[in-house]
Design a protein. Structure first.
Lengths: 458, 630
């Protein structure tokens, strides 16, 4: 028997074990795992499963949202196969998901119905089970709509909202829950009318929300801003033609006091800043985001006067063609950034060695539309999904819905396998999270492993 | 197996203590190189932040709140003397910092870190007798086999140099059976390490957690490596000490409302409106209140996301200013602009195509439409309302014993909608109130154009007693024709951000857009070709508040609307003969605009505030279809 925790690592959490620490095999290069909360365990070796939070499509299969488990361990006889689907009822606009800090539960939000589905992924990582559904998120939070990012803090979850129950616009809040699913508090995003003590660093204070990340060593939390229910649920083509609707996108990033959860500064970042990733390296006091509409990489950084600032540092593709950057992933050593663009289906790699001057060094077309990207800890395996939002996805033949696995050798991507989510009657695959038996001191169940000869013959 | 390890246990506690003292002196033990990037302070840090100076300025004591995170668990523990007692009894009305640990833990950023932090806090207590009196430190072992009370007593000896003042308890449990409920209560996930030979190691993997508990035994903060610093913990304890009362949940400062006397408003329509119609006489306070609650209840839709107010938004003129045409359940496209509800109680034809005539009956269209609230049947709606606890008895009270039915539901919603009366505008005060100062000169010029050269009042009618500014008829202006015929530029101007606009090919828009639903206006009701693209004349009261305009929201501003009519609409076979080029000058367009802007009623803020005071119906934990899954 090998070291049971060989490929699991509790990152900023402490492990009282030297044995755990010496089990590491390689230094991280790039990692979706590092894009998650710094407060939780990380898979450093081979992930066993990818959990795909999938939107139901009316008329396709059972038509409802589901958590799809894909076996991604090459040593498994089920490699590349869907090994479980768990339907949750209804179409909730499945979108993002995130683990609790103990990584026992996966919280997955529904942007439309405001439900939070909590899956037990630790009892049997191969077969997530629906543990609890929070149905009263909106009433408990005082009117927050659109639970998006589910971000682990010690013993609790911070959930960003996108909208509200008064007008379905972009005014929203972040909501805190205990790991047990008990409501704790609501933190409204600062607006011109209620800055809540924040400094307004530019022209805007729109009160919109989207993503959140923490930089604990600077006691900083950074949030971004997208749009309200009316837009993210609206048919994309209809919205593009609607002048009024197009005025309702976020133009701000907010820097918060992480400990006090109070906004410190509202920064102008026009054009719907979405995903946020914060640097890991010591003295790299910056985070990065991309604006969906204006197609730029923005650096959110602490200057030499310890003031937080925002600066556009690179274009993504041709902004005039609105490639729509959606998901990003930062390297664990902060040296690179993957950027997916929805409209052209491309995944781009930017050299971030100088974060003030990113350079694109690689791109590949993954499909006719593209949204999420997730990487293994060592950056050698990348997984992609296609769906952005139910009503924003492309129509007709371009509406490819896939989960695709690639390997990355540092210079090019190589396809390994793909699953057609339409052909499999599954739906629109969105966010991916990794699972592994090793996280829970478990070994893979007997019978899952391939015969060695089979493995070698491949 | 465990009993034979006594000497080893004692040794480990002492070694631990020695190791800890090294740590307190900031001697850095050897750590494998690969671990450098996975410690708490971020990549590259070897020691957690808690060992050094805090790298940032903490928020001022008392400037923030620490909302409760649930109740702190209880269990049977053993103190250093071996006496058993409840953990809660040791809380004893104090603020408590509770740390889970085990004495032989050697990971520098694990248990030694929490011990170091508590040591520093106890040292700080030597200078603060008041705080020392109120605060208790507890280290509780999760290794009962090794950490006997004797070992914990020995372990505690390592920390005596912090000073005598202050209270630090070192606890363990009698056995795993006693420990397990505590670990569960505090969600402390403990895993015994496995050796290379597959046996159990002496070490554990666990999430480092320290809990701050208040005198009411509520958890007020949970610290992991990143925030486990003595300054942070002391800041939090002192913040709680300043807390005058329970922090409470931070319910929304979103928008506050104020209830209005809607019944009085309905009985005395504001200046400029016709006398209250006959139907207003049946209004009662109970019916209006019930209707208002229903109007804002999102549970009246199939998936609990849509109330009437999600499209008829009170702060946006009881329409939506944020989209041209509405969206319904699951974002399904609605082909028309949400009509404003101001003064809808006077309307004899409802919807843009006039297909309904009574408010009580029209409610079933949005309730049942698949692209609006999408309820599957009348019975479903009625049964759902009957099952919602907060409606219990309300219908019976409002309707003389009658429960929820198609009729009472319609009457209740109509009752509220009839109270949405708004007039007494600057124009009304000038024209009907005979206040010569009430209306500006430009607006007066605009009124003369409105009733004269511009011929607006032909359809947007008024008389000497009152004005609703609508003839309640349907006309073809060409807007619908243009939409049906797909008359639009090859490129679409799209605003990406303030000041950033691009031209986008229609083909790109079509690649991400569904095919728009057809819309032929009144023809769809009468099937008479002469009625193609006819839509109801909109009332103009509060017109400045109800952008965008026309049945499809295709004009963003009133000026665009005026210029559209000035050019004579859009020619088509059934264009209303009333639509002719007007030859208005830019100055005259400005006058008309001034007039339209003078039609905003004096009570619009009151109506919006009243609406904001209404409860919004969302699923709660007891809702009939909620919480089914466990």
């Amino acid at each position: 028997m090998k070291l049971i925790r060989k490929n699991a690592l509790f990152l900023p959490v402490a492990i009282c074990s030297v044995l755990t620490l010496v089990g590491l095999e390689s230094k991280p290069v790039a990692a979706d795992e590092t894009c998650m909360s710094p407060y939780m365990a990380k898979i450093t070796g081979q992930e066993d499963y990818v959990y795909v939070w999938t939107l139901g499509v009316e008329g396709l299969g059972d038509g409802q949202d589901k958590l799809v488990t894909v076996d991604v361990n090459p040593a498994s006889k089920n490699y590349g196969k869907v090994i479980q689907t768990l339907s949750v009822g209804g179409r909730n606009e499945a979108h993002h998901s995130g683990f609790t800090d103990d990584r026992k539960y996966l919280w997955a939000g529904g942007l439309d119905t405001n439900k939070l589905f909590i899956f037990d992924v630790s009892t049997d990582p191969a077969k997530p089970a629906l543990h609890k559904v929070i149905e009263d998120f909106t009433s408990a939070s005082g009117g927050v709509v659109g639970p998006h990012t589910t971000y682990a803090l010690p013993g609790r979850m911070l959930i960003t909202g996108l909208s509200n129950n008064k007008d379905h616009g972009g005014r929203t809040a972040m909501v805190e829950y205990t790991n047990d699913g008990e409501y704790v508090a609501t933190y409204w995003m600062p607006t011109d009318g209620d800055l809540n003590g924040a400094e307004k660093g530019g022209k805007f204070a729109d009160g919109y929300g989207y993503d959140v990340r923490a930089l604990p060593r600077r006691n900083v939390m950074v949030s971004s801003s997208f749009t309200g229910w009316s837009n993210y649920m609206m048919d994309f083509g209809k919205m593009l033609k609607d002048e009024e609707a197009m005025k309702r996108f976020g133009n701000t990033v907010v820097v918060w006091d992480l400990h006090a959860k109070k906004p410190k500064k509202v920064l102008d970042v026009p054009g719907a800043p979405l995903e946020i990733r914060c640097a890991w390296q010591e003295n790299h006091n910056w985070c990065v985001t991309t604006t969906a509409l204006t197609s730029k990489i923005w650096l959110i950084y602490e200057d030499d006067k310890q003031e937080w600032q925002a600066k556009p540092v690179a274009d993504i593709g041709d902004p005039a063609k609105v490639p729509l950057p959606v998901d990003i992933s930062i390297a664990a050593n902060d040296s690179g950034l993957w950027v997916d663009t929805f409209m052209d289906g491309k995944s781009r790699y930017f050299d971030m060695t100088d974060p003030f001057n990113p350079k694109q060094t690689y791109e590949a077309t993954i499909g006719k539309q593209l949204n999420m990207v997730s990487e293994s800890w060592d950056g050698k395996r990348l997984y992609y999904t296609s769906s952005l939002l139910a009503n924003w996805d492309k129509k007709g033949a371009d509406n490819e819905q896939f989960f695709k696995a690639y390997t990355w050798d540092g210079s090019s991507l190589t396809p390994k396998f793909a699953i057609d989510f339409t052909a499999e009657k599954l739906g629109r695959p969105h966010q991916m999270r990794f699972g592994a038996h090793s996280l829970y001191a478990q070994t893979r169940p007997a019978g899952q492993d391939k015969e060695l000869a089979t493995l070698e013959s491949k | 197996m465990m009993s034979g390890r006594g000497s080893q246990i004692r040794m480990s506690a002492l070694v631990m203590g020695a190791c800890l003292l090294l740590v307190l002196g900031l001697t850095i033990p050897a750590v494998p190189a690969d671990v450098k990037q996975e410690t708490a302070g971020g990549a590259g840090a070897q020691l957690a932040a808690g060992y050094g100076e805090l790298a940032y300025v903490l928020p001022a004591v008392g400037s923030y709140s620490l909302p409760p995170l649930g109740m702190a668990g209880n269990g049977r523990v053993l103190d250093e003397s071996g006496a058993a007692q409840d953990l809660h009894s040791l809380f004893a009305g104090k603020y408590v910092l509770l740390s889970f640990m085990y004495s032989s833990c050697q990971e520098v950023n694990g248990c030694p870190l929490s011990a170091h932090v508590l040591y520093k806090i106890k040292a700080a207590l030597q200078q603060d007798a008041g705080l020392a009196e109120k605060l208790r430190l507890i280290s509780l072992s999760f290794d009962p086999e090794h950490d006997t009370p004797e070992v914990m007593r020995l372990y505690a000896e390592n920390f005596r140099y912090a000073g005598a003042q202050g209270d630090w308890r070192f606890l363990t449990t009698a056995a795993q059976t006693e420990l397990r409920p505590l670990l569960t209560a505090y969600r402390q996930e403990i895993q015994r390490e496995i050796t290379v030979n597959g046996g159990q190691a002496d070490t554990y993997a666990h999430l480092l957690r320290v809990f701050l508990v208040d005198p009411q035994r509520r958890i007020r903060n949970i610290y992991s490596v990143g925030f486990l610093h003595p300054d942070v913990l002391l800041n939090d304890v002192r913040t709680l000490l300043q807390e005058q009362q329970q922090a409470g949940s931070r319910l929304p400062p979103l928008r506050q409302g104020k209830e209005a006397d809607l019944l009085a408003l309905a009985h005395n329509p504001p200046l400029g409106l016709p006398p209250a119609p006959e139907a207003f006489k049946a209004l009662t306070e109970d019916k209006i209140q019930l209707g208002r609650k229903l109007f804002f209840d999102r549970r009246l839709s199939i998936n609990n996301t849509f109330s009437c107010a999600m499209c008829h938004i009170p702060e946006q003129g009881f329409t939506s200013n944020e989209m041209a045409t509405a969206v319904g359940v699951e974002g399904r496209s609605v082909r028309r602009n949400s009509p404003s509800l101001y003064n809808v109680g006077y309307a004899s034809r409802l919807f843009h195509d006039g297909r309904d005539s009574k408010l009580e009956e029209q409610i079933w269209q949005p309730l049942m439409a698949r692209n609006e609230m999408a309820n599957p049947s009348v019975g479903y709606v009625l049964d759902k309302i009957r099952a919602i606890p907060d409606y219990q008895g309300w219908f019976e009270t409002a309707f003389a014993g009658q429960g929820v039915s198609m009729q009472t539901l319609g009457e209740a919603l109509a009752a509220y909608e009839r109270t949405l009366l708004s007039a007494d505008s600057a124009f009304d005060r000038w024209y009907y109130g005979k206040d010569a100062q009430a209306l500006g000169e430009d607006a007066q010029q605009g009124f003369r154009l409105f009733t004269g050269k511009a011929r607006c009042s032909t359809c947007h009618t008024l008389n000497e007693q009152a004005a609703l500014f609508t003839d309640n008829q349907l006309h073809n202006t060409g807007v619908g024709y243009r939409e049906s015929m797909g008359i639009h530029p090859a490129k679409q101007r799209v605003s990406l951000a303030p000041g950033v606009t691009v031209e986008v090919d229609q083909s790109i828009i079509e690649s991400v857009g569904e095919t728009p639903a057809p819309d032929l206006g009144l023809y769809e009701i009468t099937l008479n070709p002469a009625d193609r693209w006819k839509y109801r004349t909109a009332g103009l009261r509060n017109i400045a508040l109800t952008a965008p305009y026309m049945h499809n929201g295709s004009f963003a501003t009133l000026e665009e609307v005026i210029r559209f009519y000035n050019q004579g609409g859009i020619k088509n076979a059934t264009l209303s003969p009333l639509i002719q080029p007007l030859n208005l000058s830019d100055t005259e367009v400005g006058y008309l605009l001034a007039f339209l802007n003078a039609l905003t009623g004096s009570n619009v803020e009151m109506l919006a505030a009243d609406a904001l005071a209404a409860p919004v119906g969302d699923p709660v934990s007891t809702v009939p279809d909620g919480g089914k899954l466990q």
